[in-house]
Design a binder for this molecule. Structure first.
Ligand code: TYD
Length: 219
């Protein structure tokens, strides 16, 4: 496999229940088998401060306005970048993140439609700086399919009936989120790869691996 000199940041995006975390685990395993250092992370909540912010952000007891919500996600990201992402990239690791800058643009911007997208873009750039993803996989599926899976996951983990603040939102909101990711992907084709998340897990993984191998010239 190519010996990467610098780290690579890859993000996974999509609606709730689209299967991001499963695919991250599969890609991480495959890369580790090939001898790479892989750091798997997620937002929100990857740091001690972030874990507290995550609790607040997902708690249905609160309904912050869009700007407050935006600032909390950005605070989480800044800490995540400082403590996890930058050090890992500096070591030359491959960093796979479950949600990153694009989730903010879509959830706090496009789907809520209360904060200017250009402001979100500016703040995202300020917070993430040169730790910008090189490659972003959008796992795309209808909102109904994703939400059904998210509810199933809650049932399996014993969290039935305790949908978080985002899962409680209407189907229309999630469909809007889905469209938001597709809009972004269309606008920056060199970075984004949209994958049909309705396929079998192995097929999705094969497609992700193919795209990764093509981009980084791995045979
Ligand atoms: P999580 O349980 O991690 O959801 P998922 O498994 O679908 O990733 O919850 C994260 C929630 O936070 C999710 O609903 C999306 C939302 N979110 C934002 O609204 N803005 C952001 O910038 C990020 C990173 C996440």
């Amino acid at each position: 496999m190519t010996d990467f000199k610098t780290g690579i940041l890859i993000s996974f995006e999509g609606i709730e229940g689209c299967g991001k975390s499963t695919q991250i685990v599969l890609l991480a395993e495959r890369l580790r088998d090939a001898g790479k250092e892989v750091v798997v992370s997620r937002e929100p909540g990857a740091t001690p401060l972030g874990a507290k912010l995550r609790k607040l952000l997902l708690d249905p007891a609160y309904s912050p306005d869009a700007l407050t919500e935006l600032l909390l996600y950005l605070a989480d990201r800044r800490e995540h970048r400082r403590l996890v992402i930058t050090p890992a990239l500096q070591r030359g690791a491959l960093v796979l993140v479950d949600r990153y800058v694009d989730s903010t643009w879509v959830y706090q911007g496009f789907a809520r439609d209360e904060v200017e997208s250009s402001l979100i873009e500016k703040l995202n750039r300020l917070v993430a700086g040169d730790n910008w993803p090189e490659l972003t996989f959008v796992l795309d599926c209808p909102a109904q399919v994703g939400l059904a899976r998210a509810l199933e996951r809650n049932r399996e983990t014993g969290a039935e009936g305790v949908a978080d603040r985002f899962e409680q939102r209407h189907l229309d909101f999630h469909e809007q989120v889905r469209q938001g990711f597709l809009v972004l992907a269309k606008a920056a084709r060199e970075r984004f790869r949209v994958i049909d998340a309705g396929q079998e897990i192995e097929m999705i993984h094969d497609q992700i691996w193919r795209e990764f191998s093509l981009k980084y010239a791995i045979s």
